[in-house]
Design a protein around this ligand. Sequence first.
Ligand code: ADP
Length: 496
Amino acid sequence: MEKFVLAIDQGTTSSRAIIFNHSGEIVSKDQMEFTQIFPKPGWVEHNANEIWDTQLKVIKGALSKGKIDINQIDSIGITNQRETIVVWDKNTGEPICNALVWQDKRTSDYCNALKKENWEDYVVENTGLRLDPYFSGTKLRWILQNVDGALENAKAGNLLFGTIDTWLIYKLSGGKAHVTDFTNASRTLIYNIKDKQWDEKLCNLMEIPTSILPTVQNSSSDFCKTDEAVLGAKIPVCGVAGDQQAALFGQNCTEIGMVKNTYGTGCFMLMNIGNEFQVSKNGLLTTLICSADGSPEYGYEGSIFIAGAAIQWLRDGLKIISDASETTAKAEAIDNTDDVVVVPAFVGLGAPYWDSEARGAIFGLTRGTSDNHIVRATLESLAYQTRDVLEAMELDSGLKLTTLRVDGGATANNFMMQFQSDILGSTVERPQMTETTALGAAFLAGIKTGFWDKEEIKSVWKLDKAFKNDFSEQEKERKYGIWKKAVKRTMGWLSE
Ligand code: ADP
């Protein structure tokens, strides 16, 4: 009987299930969107029960589409939207309110108040993160302080807290397991990544009783067995990682200095920095990632807010393309941008600039500028922003990037990938399998059960195309210099 590994990929807008065979190929998948709830400006919620219902449906959907019996599933790996949290009643299993999503900004004022009380340094040095509403801790505090009776109930030991992986494992195990993995814990703001335990000081500060917190495990370890009443069989769930860390693992970036970049709506970059905790001096986060056997190591993380979203803006805002795939032909219709630069700082600038008052701009316009120039310059902006973050990673780590592994929707664009290589002066490697997030979760599960060994997963990763840099050093630095000049001029735009 052929065996498979099931990856549960619970994202911000959809729940997905993907079944992989031993060669790492997708044999079946299913996907369902769920409701995005916006109760007030800046607030973003999900219904945790709907997340579970859709997740269960797509698991069953993927099995039936692939004509695979549940007993053919060797093991299950979970990867999930990070920082989103659920609090539920231990006795009934019912969430006490909607899940608060990573995008939710309701705790901005509280984060600012903590900054004024000089908590930022402690947070950076112990969690690797910054005081930002993005992370879970202040959201958990908000629920405990604002949902009727929550704090008392939590103190009495009646409530459980979890990121989405924890919630799904709780449901899959029929309410038996309350666990998470190191990578998800490292995004909560209340987890000390230096000591690898929940941070007592931060929990006390935010009045979070420790009884509410899940047990933290290696990303490749036994989290639970599925309840027969839920899936019809007892299948081990033994791989768990947050989405970006799962992608890093799926890209086989398990050696020090290896970097992956995911080009979706935004760009998410992670660099493996090995087993020593280091604080970034250049605007990056430090977070826990998975080593070759799934145990925790450290990584630098840098995010770009607007990447593929800038291509969507060309389509929906400027209406100069009707589909993202048209950008290649338009970019290649001209020889170069004639030094037109698009800085897509539509929501400010993230790493390494951290300027919320920057706004987007187009520079270098002349009578000869056409829509093609703007399209090409927009594609190039994804590559320039990537170099900005990679330079910060190189500075912080003292390591020189040789190869960048890429995934995500926008990597379909060969022109952009070639330009990325040119402007970095490094090789860019695009794998055949671009579902690296789900694959990473599957790998974590499969190496635990022995479905794959560590060497096998290296050979499962297959190159689709390597883009080799082609610019002279002079041209590369001239173009990048113009980009830096343009970025400077967008900074502080709102405050000037
Ligand atoms: P997400 O997971 O954030 O929704 P995906 O990985 O699905 O993102 O990638 C979709 C993004 O990639 C969109 O923002 C889209 O504009 C961009 N994109 C898709 N195809 C191309 C292309 N050929 N060239 C450039 N950008 C593209």
